[in-house]
Design a protein around this ligand. Structure first.
Ligand SMILES: [Fe+2]
Length: 508
């Protein structure tokens, strides 16, 4: 049995051969060198477990040989052999890194024992070295992992803060999609929410695909979002074409076959799904990406639910004040359809003028709420059959401010409140309550003013008969540039030209 490789460095051949015979009988493999230089070369060639080196060699000092060997391999085990042991030489050799020393004449038991101990020591040193290296590598890996996770959590935290920074559902969805796209460097991301129709999802926000797919419905169970919603299970798919759960052919727009789909779950109920596709790098998604999206989905689910609850609360408030406004209209026989007519005229004008959907929505709500403040005006004044006194007019004129005051706590109404407040301002600055003029009056308020006046003129009042449509149109034209914004009057005339709106309203 081979115990190990031993290199003997001694300039006495007889000693070398003696040691070789002795040690090979005990299972060691022995090479020898008859000079220091030859010994160093043999050691450099490798494969040596233990070096036995004479302290007195003809070509160099044994201490220098130890020094060189230790320089080549600091873990090498060198045993000094000397016929003239002295405290100083032994101390010097140990200081250079010699493991032990034996004296000549050699005692076979002693040398066997020292070599075995030396080999065991070397094995221990090497094992220790290996373990230390492994530990260092593990530490490096661990540090890298901790760093990655810390960065991941920091991004997750920051994205979470962003997602929760608004209560508007559309904004929440946009932030989710945009931040996920930015962090994972994606081209496609979408959020689907559970639809009113039970058991189906609707695409509510998407980046990277045609906008027309927004509002597309997917039934629970259908691949892939529907499957994820039904199973309440996030999926990371490496290759869609080979995944047995879906067996779906990849579409052209998905140039990678890999994707992630994660459900948005609140208290065990699925409220939506996030899908991500197409990394810009063209690489498949990783477990890290999967973990990140799952983390985002937790935050997103909370934010979406908050936004939905808030929207429902807004809706309830809005319905309440709308009901109040309708009650005011209904109280007055002459004006019961007033808000409805004003809304139709004003939204049609806003469209004609090319206003955006958000502005049109605000105008629509303002029309329904504009005279809400009349609730605070005495019926005796509101329904007075004759002419109003100047004091009574002053009272009436307060209604736009009162409307705005009632609505002010409903901050979600935003620009609607200003439109309500300004609906009796005149283009020439002679209106109320502020007397502002021209473009200083919100365009929505200038539109409502025309619609409001036209409907008032064409409605019977206790103290006068209604104008005909023609008379009212003439009056609008007369007052264009003074009471009314000419652009708005022009838009109204175009609406009347293009539509059958007046006949429709008269027949209703
Ligand atoms: Fe009014």
């Amino acid at each position: 049995m081979v115990e190990g490789n031993i290199l003997v460095i001694d300039d006495e051949l007889v000693i070398c051969e003696f040691l070789r015979d002795l040690l090979e009988d005990r299972g060691w493999t022995v090479n020898f060198a008859l000079s220091g230089q030859e010994g160093i070369k043999a050691f450099q060639a490798g494969g040596c477990d233990v070096v036995i080196c004479d302290l007195k060699i003809s070509d160099m000092d044994g201490i220098d040989v130890i020094h060189e060997i230790k320089r080549v391999d600091p873990d090498s085990v060198v045993i000094i052999i000397t016929g003239y042991p002295s405290f100083e030489t032994v101390q010097a050799s140990l200081r250079e890194g010699a493991y032990d020393y034996i004296t000549k004449p050699v005692n076979i038991n002693e040398i066997s024992f020292v070599i075995k101990r030396a080999v065991a020591f070397r094995d221990l040193t090497l094992t220790n070295r290996k373990l230390t290296k492994e530990l260092e590598q593990q530490n490096i890996k661990l540090e890298k992992k901790v760093k990655e996770r810390t960065e991941e959590l920091s991004i997750l935290y920051s994205v979470g803060l962003d997602i929760l920074s608004t209560l508007k559902l559309d904004e929440v969805l946009q932030i989710i999609v945009d931040r996920v796209c930015a962090v994972l460097e994606l081209e496609i991301c979408s959020v689907l929410l559970v639809d009113k129709e039970p058991g189906s999802l609707k695409i509510r926000f998407v980046r990277g695909l045609e906008n027309e797919i927004k509002n597309t419905k997917i039934k629970f169970g259908e691949p892939i979002s529907g499957w994820v919603a039904e199973h309440k299970e996030p999926v990371l798919v490496a290759d869609i074409e080979t995944d047995l759960r879906f067996r779906k052919r990849n579409q052209e727009k998905y140039y990678t076959h890999s994707f992630i789909s994660v459900p948005l779950v609140i208290r065990g109920e699925v409220i939506g799904v996030i899908n991500v596709n197409n990394k810009r790098s063209r690489l498949p998604f990783t477990e890290n990406d999967f973990r990140f999206i799952r983390g985002i989905a937790n935050e997103a689910a909370i934010a979406v639910e908050n936004a939905q609850l808030y929207a429902s609360l807004e809706d309830t408030y809005l319905r309440t004040v709308m009901a109040l406004a309708s009650a005011i209209d209904a109280k007055d026989h002459y004006t019961k359809t007033h808000s409805e007519h004003v809304t139709k005229f004003a939204t049609a004008m806003a469209r004609e003028m090319g206003l955006c959907e958000k502005e049109i929505k605000e105008i629509e709500q303002a029309c329904q709420l504009h005279d809400l403040g009349k609730i605070g005006i005495q019926d005796s004044i509101l329904n007075k059959p004759g002419q109003l006194t100047p004091e009574e007019w002053d009272e009436i004129k307060l209604h736009s401010l009162k409307s705005a005051e009632i609505l002010r706590p409903l901050s979600f109404l935003g620009g609607v409140i200003e439109l309500v407040e300004q609906h009796h301002e005149r283009y020439d600055g002679k209106g109320y309550p502020f007397g502002i003029k021209g473009e200083n009056i919100k365009v929505g308020a200038r539109i409502i003013a025309v619609a409001d006046s036209f409907d008032a003129m064409t409605t019977d009042r206790p103290y006068r008969r209604a104008f005909t449509d023609e008379e009212a149109i003439k009056e609008l034209k007369n007052c264009s540039g003074t009471q009314f914004d000419p652009k708005v009057v022009e838009a109204f005339l175009k609406v009347l030209e293009k539509t059958d709106m007046l006949n429709t309203l008269h027949q209703a």
